[in-house]
Design a protein around this ligand. Structure first.
Ligand code: ZN
Length: 93
């Protein structure tokens, strides 16, 4: 199940965020596995609030993890969150 905005905004500019995104992508596995420290988890959560690319990665990884572990839960993106992300991205185009 793909979020609709995933396809539309995959070219969102990420300049100046590469270092943070790299760090977050390394944390992603730990977060998914529930092995991240509280500090890392907080950093991660804060980052994906502002970074659509990492947010989407997280959603996809959660989905994959759910499929692999055999107890897939529906990944729910609140409409208000999706909308606020869309609005933010559109403002930068
Ligand atoms: Zn990022």
């Amino acid at each position: 199940m793909e979020s609709k905005f995933t396809e539309v905004y995959h070219n969102a500019p990420a300049e100046g965020k590469e270092t943070e995104c790299e760090k977050v992508s390394k944390l992603l596995d730990l977060v998914i596995d529930g092995e991240a420290t509280t500090e890392d988890q907080t950093y991660f959560n804060h980052h994906i609030e502002d970074c659509v690319a990492c947010f989407e990665d997280h959603q996809k990884q959660k989905l994959l993890k759910g499929l692999v572990s055999g107890h897939l839960k529906r990944v729910i993106v609140p409409d208000s969150l999706a909308l606020s992300i869309k609005t933010r991205i559109q403002a930068t185009i």
